[in-house]
Structure formats: structure tokens, C-alpha cells
Design a protein around this ligand. Structure first.
Ligand code: MG
Length: 266
């Protein structure tokens, strides 16, 4: 089998979690697996809806620092001794495409804001004064918002969104966790056969694609849509939740980890 060279892991609910009383579970098993895989030369990319500052905040919880941060489901940063640096020209193009998109979509974004704040108790969030996302009170409410948005987004070419449970971020339709992973692979010269991807929510679906990662997995706490996608592509739905589930999947994908784990225990 091919060695794993790149891991594309979602953070919340996948690398860490589930949460109990506001505290995220951190899996010792996953920490050991990641140390062993990195020692063998694998690169770790956290592929997340978080912004870069929130990635740093998240990794205060988790002791294995990623080599790459793929943030807000679309931007790409490499960790260097001097801190995070934009990797390749991808971010520049991504930002220009979003600038153009949000200018084209100004009216519809205003309509969406008016609709969601009048009809529901959905909160909006902004970056640099611009509406970029929505937060619902619960999943049922976000289900309804998604139906409304699927229709509204038809009004502007390339306007789309990524959903993570009650959170939603507007985006250009070609940018998502799958396309940013593909761009990273192209930069690094790493193939799908050498890539492992795991996630638990709607925004992970674009990277849970066998054309991008031949090794697909999701933890037991994943939503049904993710479990079905991973299963339908012959990936592994873990029995354990969160990081323990990812470790379980990594040990299956990579039998050499089993012996590395046993040696650690001896
Ligand atoms: Mg998640």
C-alpha cells in the first residue's frame, strides 16, 4: 500500500471533541498516531472552517501543531518559524474572486440579511463590515435557512455557502475544503493515493472525495450525510467519536501504526 504523505483533517468534532460541559475531548491515541506519522514524513493539514486566529486558539488545546492550516474552508497557510505564511498564489486569487463575488452579490446579501433577521432569530456575522456568515439557534432552523439560501443563491453566479451545523459561511462556489486540498496537493506534488481525509459535517463533504483522498474516514459523531458519503466511497466510518475515531481510522489505513502503537505501549 501507499504510504500516507498528507493528512487533511477537520478540527472541531474530528481532531478534537465531542464536547462535554464546554470542554473538548482530546484523544491521546490521535496524538500518538500523528507523532508516528509525522516521524515517518507525513504532513498534517488542518482543513477547517475556522479563521487563522481561531486555528491558533484551537491548537492551544491540541499539542500537535499542523504543517498547514487550510482556513475558512478556502485559504492556505504554511507554518514557518516566523509564523503562518500564505502558501502559493492561491489566497490572492481566492481573495480577488471573493471581492468580485461580494460586490456582485451586494443587493442579495442585503436581502438575505433582512429576511433572516426579520423571519428568524438567526445572527449574522461580519468581517471588515461585510456580512460573511450566519449563525442559527439550532440545526432545524439552519435546515430551513439552507432551503431559502439554495434558492436565493441562484440570483448571482458562483454565490454559495458552506455549512457546519448551526454555522454558515458564504463563499464563491469553486472554493471549499476539497478545492483547497487539491491546490495544496498540487503545490506539494502529493497524490490522492497518498492522502487521508477525515471530517464530520456538511462543510467536509467536498474533501471526502476519493479523487482527492483515497483514504476517507469520519468519526462516529459525524452527521448522517457524511457517514453515507464516506461509506459510499468505501471509506471508514469509525466506531469511536472525535479524535479517537480518527485514530481508529488511521490505524486501519496504515497498518505500520499498529506496530508503532504496540511498541509505545511495551
Ligand atoms: Mg467539524
Amino acid at each position: 500500500m501507499n504510504e500516507l504523505k498528507l493528512l487533511s483533517l477537520d478540527f472541531d468534532g474530528t481532531m478534537v471533541g465531542p464536547w462535554l460541559n464546554g470542554t473538548a475531548a482530546v484523544s491521546q491515541e490521535l496524538i500518538e498516531c500523528l507523532h508516528a506519522l509525522r516521524k515517518a514524513g507525513a504532513l498534517l493539514a488542518v482543513n477547517t472552517g475556522r479563521t487563522l486566529p481561531l486555528v491558533d486558539q484551537g491548537f492551544e488545546l491540541f499539542p500537535v501543531r499542523p504543517d498547514f492550516a487550510l482556513t475558512t474552508e478556502r485559504e492556505m497557510f504554511r507554518r514557518t518559524p516566523a509564523g503562518w505564511q500564505a502558501f502559493s498564489r492561491w489566497n490572492e486569487r481566492c481573495q480577488q474572486d471573493h471581492e468580485r463575488l461580494f460586490n456582485d452579490a451586494a443587493q442579495i446579501m442585503a436581502d438575505i440579511e433582512e429576511h433572516v433577521s426579520q423571519e428568524r432569530k438567526v445572527r449574522v456575522y461580519r468581517e471588515s463590515g461585510r456580512l460573511v456568515g450566519l449563525i442559527a439557534q439550532n440545526n432545524a432552523e439552519m435546515d430551513e435557512v439552507v432551503v431559502y439560501l439554495q434558492d436565493q443563491c441562484k440570483r448571482v453566479a458562483n454565490l454559495w455557502f458552506q455549512r457546519n451545523s448551526i454555522y454558515l459561511r458564504f463563499c464563491h462556489s469553486v472554493y471549499h475544503k476539497g478545492s483547497v486540498l487539491q491546490a495544496l496537493q498540487a503545490e506539494l506534488g502529493i497524490r490522492a493515493e497518498e492522502t487521508f481525509a477525515a471530517g464530520d459535517n456538511f462543510n467536509d463533504l467536498p474533501m471526502l472525495d476519493p479523487n482527492l483522498a483515497r483514504h476517507l474516514a469520519c468519526p462516529a459523531n459525524s452527521i448522517e450525510e457524511v457517514k453515507q458519503t464516506v461509506s459510499s466511497h468505501g471509506g471508514y466510518v469509525a466506531e469511536m467519536a472525535g479524535g479517537d475515531g480518527v485514530a481508529e481510522a488511521l490505524r486501519r489505513a496504515c497498518p505500520q501504526l499498529e506496530s508503532a502503537g504496540k511498541r509505545t505501549e511495551e
